[in-house]
Write a protein that binds this ligand. Structure first.
Ligand SMILES: Cc1ncc(C[n+]2csc(CCOP(=O)(O)OP(=O)(O)O)c2C)c(N)n1
Ligand SMILES: [Mg+2]
Length: 693
């Protein structure tokens, strides 16, 4: 074992504070009989040095807009963060952004680590625990999210800082382990951060050479420093994680570095101080065991039978460090903001609204209505028009695509809106490069910073992005996803590009609103619902091909989108014998079938169902009105996996969906091959009617 017991005098309050973090972490995992003790034990001095000496953070106000962000990307080390939140007495904030006069993490929460109702869940969860800046656990997400926080910081500075008003000037620190380092997403994100020269970003790499299966020599021989240098990062090393002065030097290097993000590679020993588990994978993910806990405490010079001990002076010590510094910085910032409000009232108003997730007055006053048009336009096209109108009135609506804006139509083109680029951070058009997963994590980081991000690409590539999208949902943050080329009808690009199961799987994700609008006016209405969302991510699923713009004097108003599903067309009797349910491009197909059936004297209804989740939120009476239980003859039509549709068609209903992959051919051939033609829908309706008793 390297490192001597009591390298620092045991009276040393730094050492005592570090060991408090260590022992709280060990005790919590031991009591829970579950968790990850070794990494908090190793990283305690690193996090302590950063928080106590550097972090611009006021525990009394953990949501102050210009605070430094701290991200624990190796989320399994959650007890490290919980110990810090407890010892620095971070205060809890409610969803209305009000301090509620309670600590975020009590000693009781720590003692009930990983138990039902504790503010210390297994991995750090945004919204559950104030002071947790982002949910982490899926390795690599945290660091990628931190890039979004850093980029948003630069954008905020670009828009809101004025001479004599450095309103936004925070740094973003992320702790990461070997797992984060190996995951593809961190590589995507590091590459972009280096390219964008985000010098407000500092990653701290826990270089302990251990993962779950054993030493990293099993799987990993990258020269990390060289790799990050090639990304354009500044790389520095700390050879001993217990050396607070070396750590401080590294943080000073970060602060003095401009034009590049910084990676600090810290050599650490997992399970530091545990006589039998130090430097072994056994310290990663299981309790040390009571004897080992005692022996480790002995090594630290700690009373070996004490549990959850916070020695005298430790709270006060944090109070006199991060506490006092943070309070001063925060009150200076609010004084600055008061002066800013006088000097730049409009911008100050924007900052206020943005940081409370409110919209400007009249944000929707220019939203367009599209005239009926049998030829119509692609929903990606109408969405691009609506997005550009909205972005004029919501200055903090920003985003871009993973190298696909010419296809996704997500570029902001008015007033020569600029690109967000290295060294020029006022632009609102982001270029994420071909990095879907990092794009979505970056969008999460932006949303956590309270700007309103959109991210776009092809629907098929949500498979590459899902991990980050899932975290938007779990964190309940309003990222806007715009996924185009939404079905086999994209045609010639063929089955590699034709989404099948993606829609169903996004609908299966809790907390996400998935919209597949049928025409340009449903697109407008979808955006009208999406923009005010504060706690839900939204997914817009849009077509490549033109969709006819329905004549709303003949069919029902598109405002029905707000209810998720609505009766679009009905027989004159309003008593249908068969119901055709469609989304997106297949709604027009249903309408064509409806017209043909009407000529045959068959009473059909068309239900447009652009958003299942909103429909499910309507009361039973409304849902029964749209889908009357007595009408069992039902046909759902969607160019995607049929999975899930029986919820609306019932066990005897028909689902015209996809059961195979698509094929490469022009759109008409593809649609004919898979039966997405009026004749097929009409036949299915007739068959349904024939089956009825
Ligand atoms: C994306 C993802 N894959 C797998 C896991 C499961 N997992 C949790 S920790 C871990 C090992 C991580 O090793 P490292 O980051 O070096 O952590 P250390 O043990 O050194 O703290 C794994 C595979 C995960 N949390 N996320
Ligand atoms: Mg490791």
């Amino acid at each position: 074992m390297s490192g001597q017991p009591n390298q620092l005098a045991s009276e040393d309050v730094d050492r005592r504070s570090v060991d408090t973090i260590r022992t709280l972490s060990m005790d919590a995992v031991q009591k829970a009989q579950s968790g990850h003790p070794g990494t908090p034990m190793a990283l305690a001095p690193v996090a302590y040095c950063l928080w106590q000496r550097y972090l611009r953070f006021d525990p009394a106000d953990p949501i102050w807009p210009d605070r430094d962000r701290f991200v624990l990307s190796n989320g399994h080390a959650s007890m490290l963060l919980y110990s810090l939140l407890h010892l620095t007495r971070v205060q809890a904030v409610n969803p209305k952004y009000e301090a509620i006069g309670k600590p975020s993490v009590t000693l009781d929460d720590i003692e009930t680590f990983r138990q039902l109702g504790s503010h210390c869940p297994g991995h750090p969860e945004y919204r559950c625990t104030s002071g947790v800046e982002t949910t982490t656990g899926p390795l690599g997400q945290g660091v990628a999210t931190s890039v979004g926080m850093a980029a948003a910081g630069r954008w905020l500075a670009g828009r809101y800082n004025k001479p004599d008003f450095r309103l936004f000037d925070y740094n973003v620190y992320a702790l990461m382990g070997d797992g984060c380092m190996m995951e593809g997403i961190s590589n995507e994100a590091a590459s972009l951060a280096g390219h964008l020269r985000l010098d407000n970003l500092c990653w701290i790499y826990d270089n302990n050479h251990i993962t779950i299966e054993g030493p990293t020599s099993l799987t990993f021989s990258d020269d990390v420093a060289v790799r990050f240098q090639s990304y354009g990062w500044n790389v520095t090393r700390v050879g001993d994680a217990n050396d607070l002065e070396l750590l401080s030097e590294a943080f000073d290097v970060f602060k003095a570095t401009s034009g590049r993000p910084t990676l600090i590679i810290v050599d650490t020993h997992i399970g530091y101080g545990a006589p039998h588990k130090h430097d072994t994978a056994a310290a990663h993910g299981q309790p040390l065991g009571e004897d080992e806990v005692r022996a480790t405490k002995r090594f630290y010079g700690w009373p070996e039978d004490a549990q959850f001990l916070v020695p005298d002076g430790v709270y006060d010590h944090f109070e006199s460090g991060i506490g006092r510094r943070g309070a001063k910085l925060r009150s200076e910032w609010f004084a600055l903001f008061e002066r800013y409000r006088q000097a730049h009232p409009e911008l100050a108003g924007e900052v206020y609204r943005m940081s409370h997730r409110q919209l400007p007055d009249g944000w929707d006053s220019e939203l367009p209505t599209f005239p009926p048009d049998p030829k119509g336009l692609a929903s990606r096209e109408s969405s691009g028009q609506v997005l550009n109108i909205l972005a004029r009135s919501v200055p903090w609506l920003l985003g871009g695509a993973a190298d696909l804006y010419p296809s996704t139509k997500t570029r902001l083109t008015f007033d020569s809106v600029a690109d967000f680029e290295a060294g020029s951070y006022t632009g609102r058009n982001f270029h994420f490069g071909i990095r879907e997963h990092a794009m979505c994590a970056i969008a999460n980081g932006m949303a956590l910073t309270k700007v309103r991000p959109f991210a776009s690409g092809f629907l098929i590539f949500t498979d590459y992005a899902r991990g980050a999208m899932r975290l938007s949902a779990l964190m309940e943050i309003p990222v806007i996803y715009i996924w185009t080329h939404d079905s086999i009808s994209l045609g010639e690009d063929g089955p590699t590009h034709q989404p099948i199961e993606q829609l169903a799987s996004l609908r299966a994700m809790p907390g996400v609103l998935v919209f597949r609008p049928a025409d340009a006016n449903e697109v407008t209405e979808a955006w009208r619902v999406i923009m005010p969302l504060r706690h839900e991510p939204a997914v817009l699923v849009l077509s490549r091909q033109a969709l006819p713009t329905l004549d709303r004097s003949r069919y029902a108003a598109a405002s029905g989108v707000a209810r998720g599903g609505y009766v679009l067309a009905d027989p004159p009797s309003a008593k249908p014998d068969v119901i055709l349910i469609g989304t997106g491009s297949e709604v027009a197909l249903c309408v064509a079938a409806y017209e043909a059936l009407a000529e045959e004297g068959i009473a059909a209804r068309v239900v447009s169902m652009p958003c299942w989740e909103l429909f499910e939120k309507q009361d039973q009476a409304y849902r029964d009105e749209v889908l009357p239980p007595r009408v069992r003859a039902r046909v759902a039509v969607e160019e995607g996996a049929d999975f899930g549709w029986s919820r609306y068609t019932g066990i005897d209903g028909a689902v015209l969906g996809m059961e195979t992959f698509g094929t490469s051919a022009p759109i008409q051939k593809v649609q004919a091959k898979f039966g997405f033609e009026p004749a097929h829908v009409i036949q299915a309706a007739r068959d349904q009617l024939a089956r009825q008793p």
